[in-house]
Design a protein around this ligand. Structure first.
Ligand code: SF4
Length: 311
């Protein structure tokens, strides 16, 4: 097999990471060539756990900014780099710390549960962080008589209300990528691929409607949950309702099975800002270092550690 430019750059990235004592962490939505060069690929929860546990001197975070911030909070003694500082998140941008303080003031005594897709300043105002992988466990761990403010993703909030039976006070934020996957996309596939299992991320605009299908082949799962499910299922064909980057990992982990995107438009432009070239430059030029004010990090750490502890 001939050596391609991508192979050469991946070799350069690996050599630089070794030389500089850096571990490369990549989110499931990253482009394939980044996933393939990473030391660890996973969802927000897995990446947070990995960032907390690694003994590498530095972490290069191939994901979006709030994820690199979370790594910096969990590992304050390490250098955390992100290859592109503009890799943001529309969901994290849907609530500011000031808005959360006002919401808390209007609901004294309520417990604040924030999805991990939030800025460090918002986490600092939070009691519990969660990811889609453990959100249900986090809600169930809070005493039943406590009022809960859940933010920022309304679709995940609605789904949580249905699976836990708890009434939540939900912030009306959304991820434009997941919200763009509509019930019509699902219905078209349900008709076209009756043999397929449907894997739906709870952030999707269609997630709570999908629960109503009750047909035994619709599964609401985090990205990591999708991978575990596809690997262990005896079924061969899967329709996937989340950001399309996950298809690469699914195909690698379950190579003999067939995976298709419910919506080809479900692409996060922020996740795709990280390229091999930028990753190489990040390691070579030691940029861009992500830091969090110690006072903010201190207050945010408790909420993140509670998230990492609940599975
Ligand atoms: S897919 Fe949505 S939630 Fe995830 S990083 Fe992109 S904008 Fe944020």
């Amino acid at each position: 097999m001939s050596t391609t430019t991508t192979d050469l750059m991946q070799d350069e990235v690996k050599a630089l990471a070794r030389e500089r004592g850096a571990v490369i962490l990549a989110h499931n939505y990253q482009v394939p060539e980044i996933q393939d060069v990473a030391d660890y690929v996973g969802d927000s929860l897995g990446l947070s756990r990995e960032a907390a546990a690694t003994d590498a001197e530095a972490i290069v975070f191939c994901g979006v900014h709030f994820m690199a911030e979370t790594a910096a909070i969990l590992s304050p003694e390490k250098t955390v780099l992100i290859p592109d500082l503009d890799a943001g998140c529309s969901l994290a941008a849907s609530i500011t710390a000031e808005q959360l303080r006002e919401w808390k003031a209007a609901n004294p005594g309520a417990v604040v549960v924030s999805y991990v897709n939030t800025t460090a300043e918002v986490k600092a105002e939070t009691d519990y962080c969660c990811t889609s992988g453990n959100a249900r466990g986090v809600i169930e761990a809070i005493p039943a008589d406590k009022e809960i403010l859940f933010l920022p993703d309304m679709y995940l909030g609605i789904w949580l209300e249905r699976v836990t039976g708890r009434k939540l006070n939900i912030w009306l934020g959304e991820c434009h990528v997941h919200a763009g996957i509509r019930p019509a996309d699902i219905e078209r596939w349900q008709a076209d691929a009756p043999d397929a299992e449907l894997l739906v991320h709870p952030e999707c605009g269609c997630a709570s409607q999908c629960m109503a299908f009750g047909n035994g082949r619709t599964h609401i799962l985090s990205t990591e949950g999708m991978i575990d499910f596809a690997k262990s299922s005896p079924k061969q064909r899967f329709l996937v309702a989340t950001e399309t980057g996950i298809l690469h990992r699914l195909s690698k982990e379950a190579p003999r099975k067939r995976f298709e995107a419910v919506s080809e438009r479900a692409i996060c432009k922020f996740m795709k800002m990280i390229t091999l070239e930028k990753l190489r430059d990040s390691l070579r030029d030691w940029k861009h270092v992500v830091t969090v004010e110690p006072e903010v990090a201190e207050r945010a750490r408790g909420a993140i550690e509670r998230m990492v502890a609940i599975s």
